[in-house]
Ligand binder design. Structure first.
Ligand code: GLV
Ligand code: GLV
Length: 323
């Protein structure tokens, strides 16, 4: 009897789906937009595993609807806050995710946002098309650059460390991080200094969010946090929109209490076109593409499938959330 797997998203080049098909019975949502909730609730019934993405809310209702034969949920993402982990634990359901393979891609995208905001790339690019480019000028489109600036990382895990390694080559005056763990050896490698959150807020020229979204990090970047930042501070977020009180960020940017922001993640996603952030010229917004390079996404798809196949056989998964 083949095990059954429901896949909520059409797969990257079918890599994961083809792998799953070698050892299980696969059904899949095939439209480009996320599976509607009612369809998801119908399709998971009786399945042994669910292959999902961060666009699917896998809560107690979905898990309950699936039934007691559900053994594994694997997400094609490193973040897993869309899955009710406590419920999975209660029911002995194993949860797979895709850390490590997307670390470099996400660090690269973060550096892209740093450069884009520190050198005003998108503002400048627009001037080329709208006639604003009249002449080379000594004081035109000057940004603050990265060299000699103080950069703070909020979170110093896999991704934070790789961001730090890349930033070193831009010669900051000081790299700091705020994290629960000390990370002594990792910090020594990039000559980074652990500081308290308040100190990071008050002294950084760039603040980069690279933590997981958890109850502790939810909206830690609130009005009072933006209040403490320097007027030339640039805020970068490639983690999760939920870490930020977005209206507070928007107010700080609009009133020029901070210099700019670069965001790959927002609340909600996608942003509605009347979102106030979209009216500001000191913010660069990307549509959650941190891990979006072809090789990375292909690897993520493969690992998600392998996680499921391993769990269905009771074997060690490539990457399992410790529940
Ligand atoms: C992307 O945001 C991920 O969690 O993989
Ligand atoms: C700029 O193009 C320069 O030559 O300084």
């Amino acid at each position: 009897e083949l095990k059954t797997v429901y896949v909520t998203r059409p797969d990257v080049a079918s890599v994961g789906i083809e792998l799953l098909k070698t050892e299980s019975n696969v059904s899949s949502w095939s439209e480009p937009l996320p599976v509607p909730r009612d369809e998801l609730l119908r399709q998971v019934v009786g399945k042994n595993a669910i292959y999902c993405a961060l666009t699917d809310k896998i809560d107690a209702e979905v898990i309950e609807r699936a039934g007691p034969q559900l053994k594994c949920i694997a997400t094609i993402s490193v973040g897993y806050e869309h899955i009710d982990i406590a419920e999975c634990k209660k029911r002995g359901i194993r949860v797979g995710y895709t850390p490590d393979v997307l670390t470099d891609a996400t660090a690269e995208l973060t550096v892209a946002l740093l450069l884009a905001t520190s050198r005003r790339l998108f503002e400048a690019n627009k001037e080329v098309y709208n006639g604003g480019w009249k002449s080379w000028a000594p004081n035109w489109m000057c940004g603050q650059g990265l060299k000699g600036t103080r950069v703070g990382l909020f979170g110093f895990g896999r991704i934070g460390q790789e961001i730090a390694a890349r930033i070193v080559s831009f010669k900051p005056s000081l790299l700091t991080y705020t994290a629960r763990s000390e990370h002594v050896a990792e910090a020594a490698k990039v000559n980074a200094q652990r500081v308290r959150f308040d100190e990071m807020l008050c002294k950084s020229d760039f603040i980069i969010v690279c933590c997981a979204l958890t109850p502790e990090t939810k909206e830690v970047f609130n009005a009072s946090a933006f209040e403490k930042m320097k007027p030339n501070a640039i805020f970068i977020n490639t983690a999760r929109g939920g870490v930020v009180d977005q209206p507070a960020l928007c107010a700080a940017l609009k009133e020029r209490r901070i210099l700019g922001a670069g965001l790959d993640v927002t609340t909600p996603e996608p942003l509605p076109l009347d979102e106030p952030l979209l009216k500001l010229d000191n913010v660069v917004i990307l549509p959650h593409i941190g891990s979006a390079d072809v090789n990375t996404r292909t690897e993520m798809s493969r690992i998600t499938a392998l996680n499921i196949l391993a769990a269905l056989k009771g074997e060690k998964m490539i990457a399992e959330v410790s529940v």
